[in-house]
Design a protein around this ligand. Structure first.
Ligand code: HEM
Length: 148
């Protein structure tokens, strides 16, 4: 397996696996906590996870388009690669929105000790991260299925 593909797949594993853990495991586990504890916990969790996601959203298209150009030629990429890049771009746009809109609101609201506003921001993040988790799993299925 070429190193570039290993980097690409590791970036996908870290991003999609991290979202799956946050949405399916951590979220239900902390749901019963007091908002004054739960919302700052989410903020600290994202502060640690999002630098990894930034690496993934840079590395996935960088390695992906490199492989696409080298291995297939941009005009001749197979359908599964085009589906991967299409869904991948949507996932990256969703992440950028999460980072610059509700996550920024979450941090501002917590700095102002406005828990209701922080709660609204976290609800938006939950829906968007849930969507991206599904899109990520779908992309992996398409990528692995299509390359066989
Ligand atoms: C953003 C633009 C993206 C481009 C241009 C791209 C392109 C590619 C290319 C050219 C390959 C090699 C295909 C082959 O082995 O013949 C590949 C493999 C792969 N990609 Fe992407 N990709 C992108 C995003 C993503 C995303 C967002 C994910 C998952 C969340 C993903 C998951 C994978 C996986 C798991 C493989 C390995 C498939 C296998 O060899 O079995 N890619 N990608």
């Amino acid at each position: 397996m070429p190193l570039i593909l290993v980097i690409h797949v590791l970036a996908a594993v870290i991003w999609v696996g991290g979202m799956f853990f946050a949405h399916q495991i951590l979220r239900p586990a902390v749901q019963a906590l007091d908002p004054a504890v739960r919302l700052p916990l989410w903020s600290r969790t994202f502060a640690r996870f999002f630098p990894w996601v930034w690496s993934a959203v840079i590395l996935l298209p960088a390695t992906g388009y490199f492989m696409m150009g080298r291995w297939f030629g941009f005009a001749h990429a197979p359908l599964f690669v085009n589906l991967m890049q299409g869904i991948g771009i949507v996932m990256i746009l969703i992440y950028l929105h999460v980072f610059f809109a509700p996550y920024a609101q979450l941090r501002r609201a917590l700095a102002a000790q406005d828990l209701p506003a922080a709660g609204r921001a976290i609800s938006q993040i939950r829906v968007l991260v849930g969507t991206n988790t599904l899109l990520g799993l779908l992309t992996i299925a398409i990528a692995v299925g299509g390359s066989r």
